[in-house]
Design a protein around this ligand. Structure first.
Ligand code: SF4
Length: 442
């Protein structure tokens, strides 16, 4: 058992503050993202007799309401980090500003431990800034940094100023996430499984969750009831990487129970659904039981890209899945289909063909810009082309990696692909424009 696992197991009677840092990035949207790992850990500690508090800089920085329970998040322009200085786009801090964060912390009891989470590796600027503020307000309190960035870049994370870095997964699956620590959250978040049975070359799922496990159905329903029973939340987002795999035994009974116990709840799948699993019965089940927005994992019609994506789908299966979903009553606009763009070795023409394929069959293509994730085969390939990636996670920022830094497509080409995906391209330009490629990073 790791040092941190033992610490958490033995901790009792302590005051623990969990912190979700602000995000430093070019863009940020509330896609029902909540720090689930941190919430699981806080509940686990609470069950062991500790008092837990949460300071979520993103949630506390909300400025207005968006559709399906989501929020608009405050943004403040900040200087770009030096390695991104040449990028002609604005950089922001999303969430609470530094002063407001400090005020929030001063309203909390002095903790015995602070647990800071992290998500994207290229968001570490927000993590460092957050730890800096925590150090000023609570100078003698140990700070433990966990989450995705800490797990994938443990050496880099040592520069954060945290006292300890969580590098291993914690076994917390018998607890429930402490979502009740939010006041006024208008949506629920739910995982019915952990991990993914596939192994796509560009994904870190296996690194973060080495095994694929189904959660105890009783706990899943208890978790949902905690979030939906008060009546404040009408939407629920599933966090599963492979929601539909083995659906007859696990997901269908859960969805039926959720729909029965919480009628009127709208369900969302911000992570892509595996299209191979969607047949007439499945589409009907999703529609009847309240799915409102679907994201489909198609990624590419290019056989080589499909191979890199674990061959988890084929063109024929995508077309069949769309037909089933349309038959069940989903509109084209509801069927957002992820198309991956900017993977090393992937041509612009290959992305264009994939978008056209989805459009031709009535889908709604959505470009997912590739970001190299440390530890994956795609990262190794990306680092051969852009060696700075190995030491500087900021260079893997999805908004600028492929279009400005790696040079595998130009910003103009990327924009043309996005326009094509949105159906805004004019007839006269049959091909995306090939602009001269500019080096924004030496
Ligand atoms: S199917 Fe999705 S979650 Fe699973 S390995 Fe592939 S990209 Fe990752």
């Amino acid at each position: 058992m790791s040092e941190l696992s033992s610490l958490f197991r033995e901790m009792t009677g302590a005051v623990v503050l969990g912190v979700n840092p602000p995000v430093h990035d070019f863009t940020f949207f509330d896609l029902w993202a909540k720090p689930l790992g941190l919430l699981f850990l806080l509940d686990y500690l609470r069950e062991r007799g500790n008092r837990v508090f949460l300071a979520d800089c993103i949630f506390e920085g909300r400025t207005g309401e968006l559709s399906f329970g989501r929020n608009a998040i405050r943004k403040t322009e900040i200087p770009k980090p030096a390695c991104l200085a040449a990028i002609p786009r604005r950089y922001h801090r999303f969430g609470l500003g530094e002063e407001d964060f400090r005020t929030l912390l001063e309203s909390c009891p002095v903790p015995d431990y602070i647990l800071v989470t992290s998500m994207m590796t290229y968001w570490y600027g927000g993590v460092f800034s957050c730890i800096d503020t925590l150090r000023q307000v609570f100078p003698r309190v140990p700070v433990i940094l966990g989450g995705i960035y800490a797990r994938l870049c443990p050496d880099h994370a040592k520069r954060s100023g945290a006292d300890m870095i969580q590098t291993e997964p914690l076994d917390l699956e018998f607890s429930l996430p402490a979502t009740d620590l939010y006041r006024g959250l208008r949506y629920g978040v739910l995982a019915t499984t952990f991990g993914c049975p596939f192994r796509c070359e560009y994904c870190a799922s296996r690194l973060l969750e080495p095994s694929y496990r189904r959660r105890d159905p009783g706990l899943v329903l208890k978790d949902a009831a905690r979030q939906l029973s008060g009546g404040g939340a009408k939407d629920l987002a599933f966090y599963d990487d492979a929601l539909l795999v083995g659906k007859e035994r696990h997901f269908y009974p859960l969805l039926e129970a959720l729909n029965k116990r919480h009628p009127g709840t709208r369900f969302h799948s911000p992570n892509g659904l595996h299209v191979r699993e969607i047949d007439d019965e499945c589409a009907e089940m999703l529609k009847k039981r309240g799915f409102e927005t679907l994201r489909l994992s198609f990624e590419s019609s290019d056989p080589e890209m499909q191979r890199r994506g674990s061959d988890k789908t084929s063109d024929e299966e995508y077309v069949a899945a769309l037909a089933s979903l349309r038959k069940a009553g989903f509109s084209g606009g509801q069927l957002e289909t992820y198309i991956l763009a900017g993977v090393p070795g992937q041509s612009v023409e290959s992305v264009e063909r994939s978008i056209r394929f989805v459009l031709e069959h009535g889908g709604n293509p959505k470009i997912a810009e590739f970001s190299p994730v440390p530890g994956t085969p795609s990262f190794r390939r990306a680092a051969e082309l852009l060696p700075g990636l190995t030491d500087e996670p900021l260079l893997s920022n999805k908004t600028v990696y492929s279009s400005y830094l790696a040079g595998n497509m130009s910003p103009t080409e990327l924009q043309a692909l996005k326009d094509l995906a949105k159906g805004q391209r004019e007839e006269r330009s049959k091909k995306p424009k090939f602009a001269k490629r500019t080096a924004y990073y030496p």
